[in-house]
Design a protein around this ligand. Structure first.
Ligand code: GLC
Length: 507
């Protein structure tokens, strides 16, 4: 692999990071990408809000910072399960949030979000400017999603700030608040303009990132194209088109050590693509959890992920009466929107033994479903990257999914490839990794499950497909080099070289 041009100091700023706090895929990326950067010789720190006492352990050091309006502190956390030191921003607004950073127990958003994430952005900008921590100034501040959008805006007000990169993991969440929050946070009223934070009479924190960051990325090449259109742009497509020169789509990787069926401690029967016996045993083990015996002729269709409309959970539920006329069982692991959770509970009652659900997120069971299912259902309406399909493929579980965003970039339809290439050449196709539906609708989902079941009935062909999915390289190797290029462009745009005193890379 090509060596990095030089070693950079990179500050990640995000609201989630596995294993400290996880709501969705963002958390996994904020753990795995720093790990990959550290392995390339970069010096990385992650800035996270301190949501509560569960984010401790290991060795903790308090670092005090001087902000314009007084002192505040960061707790530096070092633990063997973290890729680099993590800086926890302590503030009363975050302290009581416990395990859920975004919503209160009743499901509504925390009322002090603007202030909490606004101050979080300001601390990041202070570190970026080298004004609050005397001995560590980053070259790059890499921000993720709307929670961190004010950091690049604030950095624009600082003459010596690091270069900034803003990654869009999901454009559907914009962080919209009343414009009065600008004054409350001490930001100039001049930011309340359409070419800055203003958004339909409100301010949207994500626009701080989209308008002010030196470089923008999103988590797949296809989504980078899609968000330039009204269908996927969420009203931000005009702005993104304007900045398209600075927007790069980089496909997420996964931590292939954590997600490896040959050595995964969270499953009981190890397997790899040379011997799939362990996978059949995992299938038996998975169904036994619900007291169900596995049969060969019935396929196990899994779901692992948030129960949201984005993910198409409602489509899957609406398709059930039809789907259960086919020889299959469904295993659903996930929580999410309250009405979808209720619908899942109702389906489990209506189809006992066939619709098997578990509503609390459970990491070990997630591994169990990826290992034990035959197929993964992921009928997303949009999907910036999607990680579940990548995890599933590692375990030989074949995705049945929509041709959008990162799904279209990572899943290659067995029939399309067989038709277009293999049939023409008279060869069997060995590139296929799954089944793609053109649109996220109930009829498309049923039709696509039917195609998958046709393949499934021919176990010889199915096993070839499983081996293809397992052979896909989903490591960070390519992505990390692409991020290094983006960091270098951001530095070039800022006209800044390396931070003084940053050691040269020993390549
Ligand atoms: C968000 C997106 C998902 C992506 C993840 C990590 O959760 O919805 O598609 O994989 O972020 O980038």
């Amino acid at each position: 692999m090509q060596a990095p041009a030089r070693s950079l100091r990179v500050l990640f700023v995000a609201a989630e990071m596995t294993p400290l706090v996880k709501v969705g895929g963002l958390a996994d990326v904020v753990a795995a990408l720093p790990q990959a950067l550290v392995e390339r010789g970069h010096e990385v720190r992650v800035l996270l809000p301190a949501y509560g006492a569960h984010m401790t352990g290991g060795s903790t050091r308090l670092m005090s910072m001087t902000m314009s309006d007084g002192h505040t502190s960061l707790a530096e956390l070092r633990r063997p399960d973290l890729p680099c030191p993590v800086w926890l921003f302590e503030s009363p607004a975050f302290a009581g949030r416990g395990h859920h950073p975004y919503s209160r127990p009743d499901g509504t958003a925390w009322p002090d979000d603007a202030r909490a994430f606004g101050e979080f952005g300001r601390v990041a900008a202070g570190i970026a400017a080298g004004t609050v921590l005397p001995d560590w100034q980053p070259d790059i501040v890499h921000c993720h999603d709307w929670h961190t959008g004010l950091a690049p805006a604030w950095m624009r007000l600082e003459p010596n700030a690091a270069a900034s990169v803003f990654t869009i993991h999901n454009l559907a969440f914009t962080g919209r608040f009343h414009p009065r929050v600008l004054a409350e946070l001490g930001l100039p009223e001049s930011l309340n303009r359409p070419d800055m934070l203003e958004f339909h009479g409100d301010v949207a924190f994500i626009k701080g990132g989209l308008c002010c960051a030196d470089e923008l990325t999103t988590v797949s090449p296809r989504y980078a194209q899609e968000i330039l259109t009204p269908e996927f742009g969420n009203g931000l497509e005009g702005l993104l088109r304007h900045r398209r020169e600075r927007l790069t789509g980089i496909l997420n990787g996964i931590d292939s050590r954590l997600w490896n069926p040959a050595s995964d401690p969270l499953i009981e029967h190890a397997f790899d693509d040379t011997d799939l016996t362990g996978k059949s045993r995992e299938r038996v083990r998975l169904l036994r959890r619900w007291g169900v015996a596995a049969t060969e002729d019935e396929a196990v269709l899994g779901w692992v992920g948030r129960l949201t409309r984005q993910k198409g959970a409602d489509l899957l539920l609406d398709a059930l009466p039809e789907l259960f006329q086919r020889p299959l069982r469904l295993v659903v692991l996930g929580s999410g929107e309250p009405e979808l959770e209720q619908a899942v509970a109702a389906a489990a009652k209506r189809w006992p033994g066939r619709f098997l659900a578990h509503s609390r997120f459970d990491e070990a069971l997630a591994h169990g479903v990826y290992a034990g299912a035959d197929m993964l259902a992921m009928p997303s309406r949009f999907e910036p990257c999607g990680l579940s399909q990548l995890y599933a493929m590692r375990y030989g579980t074949v995705p049945v999914t929509t041709a959008v965003g990162g799904l279209a970039d990572t899943v290659f339809d067995a029939d399309a490839i067989a038709d277009a290439i293999a049939d023409a050449l008279g060869l069997a196709s060995f590139n296929a990794t799954g089944f793609l539906m053109a649109r996220a609708t109930v009829p498309d989902l049923i039709e696509t499950v039917d195609r998958a079941l046709t393949w499934y009935r021919d176990q010889r062909r199915w096993q070839a497909l499983m081996r293809n999915t397992m052979g896909r390289d989903s490591s960070w190797t390519t992505a990390v080099v692409a991020y290094e290029k983006v960091y270098e462009s951001a530095l070039a745009r800022r006209g800044r070289g390396l931070h003084d005193g940053n050691p040269e890379m020993n390549a």
